[in-house]
Write a protein of this length. Sequence first.
Length: 149
Amino acid sequence: MLVESKQQKQINCILDLCGKRMRAVMPDNKKRQLEIIYKLIALQSGVSDPDEEQVLKKDLKELMVKRDAAKRKMFVRLMIQSITKRAPFITLRGDHFYQMKDAGISLEEIACYYKLMESAVEEKLGIEGVKKWSIKADASGYFLCSLYT
């Protein structure tokens, strides 16, 4: 019997939890980002065309946003699964929601994970006596949590 290392178990867990779409988007996206960066470096080292440079920068930014969104989705999935121990939505309690709020998970992401409407999540929060919260990203990309009044 082979004994897996702790790091290998974590890698296998992440690979199992990630959907095919995320596994497909991440490596291809990174490869394309590197191609664009190499083109930008080549343009900047020689005579550059401002229009081509702007187009490449725009493409690079779009790819980075997609990659960050995929990473965020993977992070949220792992956090929700670790907090709830894969429990069905109907069995969640208030302490689960408080832990999700502390982890920086938005109501929209919870609804997406459980394949529900956001209003159903808000209704469950009301039943459990938990205040709704709002997660927003600031300019540097960090998520800020604030309670609705």
